[in-house]
Ligand binder design. Structure first.
Ligand SMILES: [Zn+2]
Length: 359
């Protein structure tokens, strides 16, 4: 089987051997990635698009393709994942959730060790804000599903703009999740992301009202550029129950702030695949990031000379190197790298899986 969204090259092989292989732990856990089949999308329905990155990079990626991607990118490593559907507005969320559940439960042929033994992958359910708590519970009771991945785009008729966290992750859902001790990976809304005081207040409110929810803020609060991290991490630093995944963050300075202000124990590595099969690097200007990529995407207007683009590796590798180099540069070592790339997520997933027996 060849992978539909990337070709592994000698540049990638060399990058892996020089920058990643010496530091990555034997076992890796990807705490944020998407899996989907094209049949989960209703193409007759118009969907909300922004006309910018990450469009055009990849279509749906199946669990088999995800595993093939890991095998190719991380030879000799054992990789498990916390996966969820891709939250397109035209997604049949229930079908995508059922697919994730089947893939990671014994009925789907997956090897699912008992929670106390560790191991195995798990999933989150895409949640439609319009669902009742009872409807959401049906999704949460699917095997191997340990929580939810709500998204502003799943608000009926969403047209962009700033919304409250509680508009797409309603209190009714949070009450249920709190009762169950379930997992919430939260994609922050609002243009100002983690630097928006309304988001900070809502995160603190969520923690105060729903303390048993395993709260993971996606993409370091969408802190792709430095100011969001500089302004957003301090007010959240004191609560060790606010966790983060670093998916889609390539910025070494943001990683440095995160590890210093929050500590490596609160940050889990996530790939956000299939988007980061994209080849290239990032640079930053003020609050903007610029994707430098060799991909033939409509939005790709910042090109470098062909001889420079020929040196691009997978963006995922760049993101991992930024994370690993920063940990090493700050004087951390094997224990913290193990925590970020495997142990913290593994341990939390196993805890929720154990609770799930009573859901
Ligand atoms: Zn994502």
């Amino acid at each position: 089987m060849t992978h539909p969204y990337f070709e592994y090259t000698d540049v990638d092989r060399r990058f892996f051997e020089e920058r990643l292989e010496p530091l990555l732990p034997e076992r890796i856990f990807d705490a944020h990635r998407h899996v989907q089949l094209s049949e989960h999308l209703d193409e007759t329905q118009e969907r909300f698009e922004r006309g910018s990155f990450p469009e055009g990079i990849a279509g749906p990626e199946s669990v088999e393709q995800a595993r093939l991607g890991y095998e190719t990118m991380f030879p000799g490593r054992e990789v498990e994942m916390l996966a969820f559907g891709s939250p397109q507005s035209n997604c049949d969320c229930a079908a995508n959730n059922a697919y994730v559940s089947d893939a990671f439960s014994p009925a789907g042929g997956a090897h699912v060790p008992a929670p106390q033994d560790g191991g195995g992958s798990a999933g989150l359910a895409l949640s439609r804000p319009a669902w009742s708590a009872r409807r959401l519970l049906e999704e949460l009771r699917r095997p191997a599903i340990i929580g939810i991945k709500p998204y502003e785009r799943l608000i009926d008729g969403f047209e962009g703009g700033d919304v409250s966290i509680f508009e797409f992750c309603p209190h009714e859902h949070l009450e249920l999740l709190d009762e169950l001790g379930g997992w919430l990976t939260l994609h922050l809304p609002r243009k100002e992301r983690l630097a928006d005081w309304a988001n900070i207040e809502e995160i603190l409110e969520l923690r105060a009202r729903y303390p048993k929810v395993v709260l993971v803020i996606a993409h370091l609060g969408r802190s792709y550029a430095g100011r969001y991290a500089r302004e957003g991490f301090p007010p959240l630093a004191d609560d060790p129950g606010i966790l983060f995944d670093n998916s889609a963050v390539l910025n070494p300075a943001v990683h440095a702030l995160a590890f210093d202000r929050l500590g490596p124990g609160r940050i889990m590595w996530g790939s956000d695949q299939p988007v980061f099969y994209m080849r290239g690097r990032r640079r930053w200007e003020g609050d903007r990031y610029i994707n430098l990529t060799s991909g033939d995407y409509t939005w790709n207007t910042d090109r470098e000379p062909p001889e420079v683009e020929a040196t691009y590796t997978l963006s995922l590798y760049e993101a991992m190197a930024a994370c690993l180099d920063t940990l090493m540069g700050l004087g951390y070592g094997e224990a913290e790298i193990g925590a970020v790339f495997h142990d913290t997520a593994r341990c939390l997933v196993d805890e929720v899986l154990a609770r799930k027996e009573h859901w």
